[in-house]
Design a protein around this ligand. Structure first.
Ligand SMILES: C[S@@+](CC[C@H](N)C(=O)[O-])C[C@H]1O[C@@H](n2cnc3c(N)ncnc32)[C@H](O)[C@@H]1O
Length: 334
């Protein structure tokens, strides 16, 4: 029989584990273990840490599956732990550091106030995240790195699982550094794209497209998706954009996209689509983060997306499952 107290302790200990994982990322434990297992004393010396305390951290991280004990007081990286290496192909180190960042973490501390008032404590005290980050280049770089890396498996899934054969031109609305577009362009050599983003994000996007050798196939355009987006493309991609906003703002964004998409065109959303029942889903936990940081930002169920799209003059025509709990929602103008 399950102990009725277990869900409570499980939730509490996940926050302790998150702090331990942040410390592991800050100390670059995964980088130090990249070439193979190390004795605790050596690892502590490389991390500039107190060996007995680091040993306790390792014991917990081994229980979570990020490191493994490979001999007495000797630790190695697991496949999951290797994702915390800063040079991993889609490193989650920046995701760990951003989500536990001391500037951003108070958003969750203000959650009770947010739930009481319906207004994000963080937005009321610090402003909208994207405005706030424009004055904090280090946090902006960390966020963009996190967005890029966490989306690599999703981007590969979009390129592999969706049929782009009829799409010659694509606008990636709020596309970040353009990692999803890059994956699509690589898989579809005849396609051209436009990355539409805030001015502050474009320099990093430009560098990224140049490094991928795709700069000649993607135009970078700055602007505000509440005002207008480039018109006439075959497809409009909005990756994790709609979930940042409440229904009214999401409708304003979808409205500018609807005004730009031609009759034959399509709109593609990459989002978590929540189950309507009580089953656990990563998106339900992410929704708490959305509420605390973005206030009105929210994860939505399939029926909520259907209604939202309908109000914007779009009909949902398909949902494709993507890696990491995400989905690709296809909609067409009606
Ligand atoms: C959650 S990120 C998603 C990035 C990328 N699409 C992905 O899937 O990883 C949302 C993006 O929307 C952009 N954004 C926010 N407000 C915007 C606006 N008013 N106009 C254009 N882009 C905006 C941000 O700069 C950010 O890169």
């Amino acid at each position: 029989m399950t102990d009725p107290a277990s869900p409570i302790w499980d939730v509490l200990r996940s926050s302790w584990r998150a702090s331990a994982m942040r410390t592991m990322a800050e100390l670059r434990v995964a980088d130090h273990l990249a070439d193979g297992p190390l004795a605790l004393a050596e690892l502590a010396a490389r991390c500039e840490a107190h060996a007995p305390s680091l040993g306790r951290l390792m014991r917990t991280m081994a229980s979570v599956g990020l490191v493994e004990t490979v001999g007495e007081d000797r630790y190695g990286l697991t496949e999951s732990g290797a994702l915390l290496r800063s040079d991993a192909p889609f490193s989650l180190r920046s995701g760990v550091l951003f989500n536990t960042d001391p500037t951003v973490a108070p958003a969750l501390e203000g959650l009770t106030s947010t739930v009481r008032s319906g207004r994000s404590w963080w937005v009321e005290n610090k402003g909208v995240l994207y405005d706030y980050m424009s004055g904090d280049p280090e946090l902006l770089a960390l966020f963009n790195d996190y967005m890029t890396n966490r989306a690599v498996p999703m981007a590969a899934g979009v390129a592999e699982r969706y049929d782009f054969s009829e799409v010659r031109t694509l606008v990636d609305v709020g596309g970040g550094r353009g990692h999803i577009t890059a994956a699509i362009l690589r898989a579809n050599p005849r396609m051209r794209a436009t990355l539409f983003e805030l001015e502050q994000v474009l320099p990093a996007a430009r560098t990224a497209f140049e490094s991928w050798g795709l700069a000649d196939r993607c135009e970078l355009v700055s602007g505000d998706f509440f005002s207008a987006v480039p018109a006439g493309a075959d497809a409009y991609l909005l990756g994790s954009v709609v979930h940042n906003w409440d229904d009214a703002d999401a409708l304003r964004i979808l409205g500018t996209v609807r005004a730009a998409v031609p009759g034959h065109g399509r709109v593609l959303l990459v989002e978590m689509v929540l189950p309507d029942d009580d089953e656990p889903h990563f998106g339900k936990d992410l929704d708490i983060r959305m509420m605390s940081i973005f206030g009105q930002g929210r994860e939505r169920s399939r029926s909520e997306y259907t209604m939202l799209l309908e109000k914007a003059g779009l009909a949902m025509t398909g949902v494709t499952a993507l890696p990491f709990n995400a989905s690709l929602i296809e909609a067409r103008p009606v």
